[in-house]
Design a protein around this ligand. Structure first.
Ligand code: HBI
Ligand code: FE
Length: 275
């Protein structure tokens, strides 16, 4: 058992305190992304945007959004001031609660910011949580996080989150689509991840992903492609991670651009952007 945090880090969203300028930043970001995502984002993501009625103008009210999300998959949304400790984050996920930053970036930061704001957290993550299979994957991930903490393997599991939840690609109807929140919430990366010759696009493999470092400061050098959300969930709940963690202890990490002989390479990247 992991410890239950005495402080769950949640705060009121204080929806009525957003200014007109803050709502306008959301509307600008929303309009930019929905204009390009129909041909790029996974069907599950696009369905989520509809089911949750995210097209309603302004920053969503978490109470109202939680009602729709709860009806769809039993998840809810709570506000936090910024990044929370790993154990707290995992406990929330295991309890089907997604924590979202309640602040929004300034109008001069539309394309880049370091801490996850309400646009990244809500537009990027919440549509996928309306998908029943992905919703189960996220809860399973939270339980896995609680266990990884006690096994000293948080670094491994964080990489799984990064290369699926944050920057994942999926193969749908013979084409690549984006579903990772960091991609769908970024105008530049929504194009780069699918169209640019620079990054590698590699068939998803659990151990391979957990062996691979990632960069947090720029577009990814490699993306991992899942065949379906069912398969991602199946792998996560049916695999015993403890022996994988143990095996990885004896092997060197891979850098974000490395390719290996066992990789199913979908695109061999030029890495021109990164170098
Ligand atoms: N806190 N608010 C917030 N959002 C996250 O995505 C988050 C976090 N704390 C820890 C954390 N993520 C990591 O544990 C995961 O990326 C694995
Ligand atoms: Fe995120």
């Amino acid at each position: 058992m992991t410890e239950t945090p005495t402080n769950d880090f949640t705060i009121p969203q204080n929806w009525s305190r957003y200014t007109a300028a803050e709502h306008a930043v959301w509307d600008t970001l929303f309009a930019r992304q929905v204009a390009m995502l129909p041909s790029r984002a996974s069907d599950a993501f696009l369905r989520g945007v509809d089911v949750l009625r995210l097209s309603k103008p302004g920053i969503p009210d978490f109470v109202e959004l939680s009602e729709r999300l709860m009806a769809a998959t039993g998840w809810r949304l709570v506000a936090v001031p910024g990044l929370v400790p790993d154990a707290v984050f995992f406990d929330h996920l295991a309890n089907r609660t997604f924590v979202a930053g309640n602040f929004i970036r300034r109008a001069d930061q539309l394309d880049y910011l370091e801490e996850p704001d309400v646009f990244h957290d809500v537009f990027g993550h919440v549509p996928m949580l309306a998908d029943p299979v992905f919703a189960d994957y996220m809860a399973a991930y939270g339980r896995g996080g609680q266990r990884a903490g006690s096994l000293g393997a948080l670094k491994r599991l964080a990489r799984l989150y990064w290369y699926t939840v944050e920057f994942g690609l999926i193969e749908e109807a013979g084409a690549l689509r984006i579903y990772g929140s960091g991609i769908v919430s970024s105008r530049g990366e929504s194009i780069f991840a699918l169209d640019d010759p620079s990054p590698n696009r590699i068939g998803f493999d659990l151990k391979r992903v957990m062996q691979t470092e990632y960069r947090i400061d720029d577009y990814q050098q490699s993306y991992f492609v899942i065949p379906s959300f069912d398969e991602l969930l199946r792998l996560t709940v049916e695999t015993d991670f403890a022996p994988l963690y143990a095996a990885l202890e004896g092997e060197a990490d891979l850098t974000p651009a490395d390719l290996t002989a066992n990789d199913r390479i979908i695109t061999r990247g030029t890495q021109a952007y990164a170098t």
